[in-house]
Each structure stands twice: as C-alpha cells, then as structure tokens.
Design a protein around this ligand. Structure first.
Ligand code: ADP
Ligand code: 5GP
Length: 209
C-alpha cells in the first residue's frame, strides 16, 4: 500500500482579466504532473476557442442554481454579470490523494476559500506590467467584443484593489520569468512542514537507535 506523504495544496491565481492567469495556468499544468486545474462551472457564453469540460463547464442559470442548492460548489461568485463556481468533489478528491489543485478564480472566491480551507490555501495575485499593456492584452486576445474589453478594463481597479489579500505577488512582464516564479512558489509551499504529513514516521526511522 502506498502511503500519502503530503496533503495537496490549493494554489489560487487571481488578477484583473487579461493579466495572464490562463496563460500561466497552462504553462504550470503542462510542466508539473502533480497539479491539476480546477474546472469551474459558468453561465457565461463559451468563447470560440474554448472547450466545454476543459476550460469551463458551460451551464444554464437554472442548472447553476441547482448545483448551488445541492451544496456542490466549494465557492461561487458573480463576475461581470455571469455566475462562476468551483465544483467541490474533484478538489476534495485531489487534495486527499496528495495532488495539488490550481484555481483561476476572482477575489470573492478566494475570500470564501480563505474561510473554509485556510490551511490548504496559497494565494497568488498576478499584476500586469502597466495599464496600457493590460488593455493591449485584452484587445489582442481577440476573443471579446470592444464593449466587453471596455467593461473588463473598467473592472480592473476593483480586482487590483484586493492585491494585498494575497500571499504572493507576481508581475507578469516576461511570461517565462513569471512562470519560473510561480514554479518557485509551488516548490517552496510543497516543502512546508505542515503539508508533509508523512514526515513524522520518516524522521522516526532516522532517530531509531
Ligand atoms: P487572463 O486569464 O488573466 O484573463 P490571459 O492568460 O488570457 O489572461 O492573457 C491575456 C492575453 O495576454 C493573451 O492573449 C495572452 O497570450 C497574453 N499574455 C499573457 N502573458 C503575457 C506576457 N507576459 N507578455 C505578453 N503577452 C501576454
Ligand atoms: P473569464 O470570463 O475571463 O474566463 O473569467 C472572468 C473572471 O471570473 C476571472 O477573474 C476568473 O478568475 C473568474 N472566475 C472563473 N472561474 C471562477 C470560479 O469558479 N469562481 C470565482 N469566484 N471566480 C471565477
């Protein structure tokens, strides 16, 4: 029987829309076999390049309410007029089996996880290098209309105002460096003593005379 030597952690990425959460999430999950992305449910319309079940579970408002009433969301929030929620079961299963989970969620969801899962939580806020660059990224992503881009820029101040509620801050100027910084945070957090649940038995084998 294999023993679980470490409890999984919950790595949360938040930022104003367009700062690079999805890009960094993809890089991290592509290069680290022990972290998986939490796939949220949303009532937002699917973007052309998105895949149902990979990027989000795209659900109707009625279905979202059903899941909410069942208590099957770990956290949920309304962002830009759409509802978003994290399905509870995949996260709990992953953590219990020592796998880490990556979340791309906003400050409201992060605050809820802080209430319910403080010890498992590592919060990272991604800042863009400048406001102009943030707008440029939202435009060049070319997945949203000009109105949606304008709405997201208008909401950027709101999201950024929560930066000090996070444990780590990464300025996503150069994407390779930001990726490296994120990997460093994950490596260090995995080594935290309280997460290494198998350590007592191991240390006992070292001190047995
Ligand atoms: P978010 O998930 O935070 O909304 P995305 O990851 O979708 O942001 O990034 C928005 C756009 O900016 C995408 O087109 C992405 O390719 C680009 N981008 C992300 N990081 C960088 C970076 N460091 N330099 C230049 N462009 C970037
Ligand atoms: P987008 O529509 O660009 O994919 O996401 C918009 C915002 O919703 C982003 O700030 C993203 O982090 C947030 N978001 C996505 N999924 C969830 C979720 O399950 N819960 C919460 N609280 N926010 C989410």
């Amino acid at each position: 029987m294999s023993t679980i030597s470490r409890r999984g952690l919950m790595l949360v990425l938040s930022s104003p829309s367009g700062a690079g959460k999805s890009t960094l999430s993809r890089l991290l999950t592509d290069t680290d076999a022990n972290i998986t992305m939490s796939v949220s449910a949303t009532t937002r319309a699917k973007r052309p390049n998105e895949v149902d079940g990979r990027d989000y579970f795209f659900v109707s408002p009625a279905r979202f309410t059903e899941i909410l009433v069942e208590g099957a969301f770990l956290e949920h929030a309304t962002v830009f007029g759409n509802q978003y929620g994290t399905p509870r079961k995949p996260v709990e299963d992953a953590l219990a089996s020592g796998r880490d989970v990556l979340f791309d969620i906003d400050w409201q969801g992060t605050q809820q996880l802080e209430q319910t899962a403080k010890d498992d939580l590592v919060r990272v806020f991604i800042l863009p290098p400048s406001r102009d660059e943030l707008e440029r990224r939202l435009r060049t992503r070319a997945e949203d209309s000009a109105e949606v881009v304008a709405a997201r820029m208008a909401k950027a101040n709101d999201e950024i105002s929560h930066w000090a509620e996070y444990d780590y801050i990464i300025k996503n100027d150069d994407v390779a460096r930001a990726h490296l910084e994120l990997q460093s945070i994950l490596s260090a957090e995995r080594l935290k003593r309280r997460r290494q649940t198998g350590l007592v038995d191991f240390v006992n084998t070292l001190t047995r005379s």
